[in-house]
Design a protein around this ligand. Structure first.
Ligand code: 13P
Length: 251
């Protein structure tokens, strides 16, 4: 077992895979066959989460039950039920053993009209039903080039976190220009921005992840940064060996 030396309460380390719209149920089970055996010696200082498509949640819940890996969804509606075609509610997720949910991913904000207001409603609904939300924030390339990174992220935090319980929350800093591009944000720059995000929180122990082209080759450097408490991983979480290497990062 390894320990993080800190004077403040120890922040949780959370490595989460976001499969996005990838994998059928059969493919998800095939992934687990390769992935789970590689977690047998994973230090218990870290949580591992798989955020998978709705269709794979039930199957994976049975396979992961009582084990090392927890389950997450990729979105949640703010109402418990109603005429909201295509949406899924928090009680529907908790019933099948889901513990976490990604909220406000940039792909939902960009392609599906997610706003800070809907993000805020989803966060509160998730928490009201015992889910832990993973709130995604981050700037576009144009915002970064214009020197607006900090202002944009602070604005997202201010609007998204109204009435949100910071004792049951994970934040992921995902610079949009680093997502799926192989163009990872420098670890020291991600650390700087995450430190700024932390300075805006009422609970400084909220785990804050970095996301954007995280790979087996850069995870150790990312996790060596003092402010970074984990990673939200897209492409590299789809393959058992690469996501296992990320979860088993070397401290
Ligand atoms: P990639 O790891 O594929 O860049 O995706 C990051 C991401 O969007 C995770 O939510």
């Amino acid at each position: 077992m390894s320990w993080r030396i800190s004077l403040s309460p120890v922040r949780k380390i959370v490595l989460a895979g976001n499969w996005k719209m990838h994998k059928t149920q059969a493919e998800a089970l095939e992934f687990l066959k390769g992935f789970l055996p590689q977690l047998e010696n994973t230090p218990d200082d870290r949580d591992a989460i798989l955020c998978v498509p709705y269709t794979a949640l039930g199957t994976l819940s049975k396979s992961l039950h009582g084990g090392r890996v927890r389950l997450g969804a990729q979105n949640v509606h703010w109402e418990e039920n109603g005429a909201f075609t295509g949406e899924v509610s928090a009680p529907m997720l908790t019933e099948i053993g889901v513990d976490y949910v990604v909220v406000g991913h940039s792909e939902r904000r960009e392609y599906f009209g997610e706003t800070d207001e809907t993000v805020n409603r989803r966060l509160k609904a998730a928490q009201a039903h015992g889910l832990t939300p993973i709130l995604c924030v981050g700037e576009t390339k144009a915002q970064r080039d214009a020197g607006e990174t900090e202002a944009h992220i602070f604005s997202q935090l201010e609007k998204d976190l109204v009435g949100v319980d910071q004792n049951n929350l994970i934040i992921a800093y995902e610079p949009i220009w680093a997502i799926g591009t192989g163009d990872t944000c420098e670890a020291t720059e991600a650390n700087r921005v995450i430190g700024l995000i932390r300075s805006k929180l009422t609970n400084p122990n909220v785990p804050i992840q970095y996301g954007g082209s995280v790979k087996p080759g850069n995870i150790d450097e990312i996790m060596a940064q003092s402010e970074i408490d984990g990673a939200l991983v897209g492409g590299a979480s789809l393959e058992p060996d690469s996501f296992a290497r990320i979860v088993n990062y070397k401290a």
